[in-house]
Design a protein around this ligand. Sequence first.
Ligand code: THU
Length: 130
Amino acid sequence: MEHIDLIDEAKQAMATAYAPYSGFQVGAALLCADGTVYTGCNMENAAYSPTLCAERTAFAKAVSEGRRDFTAMAVCGGKNGVISGICTPCGVCRQVMAEFCREDFQILLVTPEGYEKRTLGQLLPESFLL
Ligand code: THU
């Protein structure tokens, strides 16, 4: 799958974000080794702490469908769905990625013009694993 297609899926997922409290909409698209894609959006809550990030929504969908092998994830976000810069995964999402992905897992951070690439190893070096 082309990176541009994965980015397009993340943008479409961003449009479904449920973010009435922050107004910050996020979309993620997770590419599995078999080529399937699972998308996710952020899902906020009036009690705040149950809020789920877009990245973890996508991982929960994929893992609950039996997927375990992942190669890349595209992430985009912005106030009211307007992408003005990169939206980097929060620390909790990075730790969830580390549970299922190797350090060479590709993270595509969408920009207004295109995207920037990171590896999980760059975003979360020396992650905790049992
Ligand atoms: N959020 C994500 O969905 N992913 C990130 O990587 C960063 C933050 C969400 C959580 C919350 O709904 C909103 O963005 C503002 O923090």
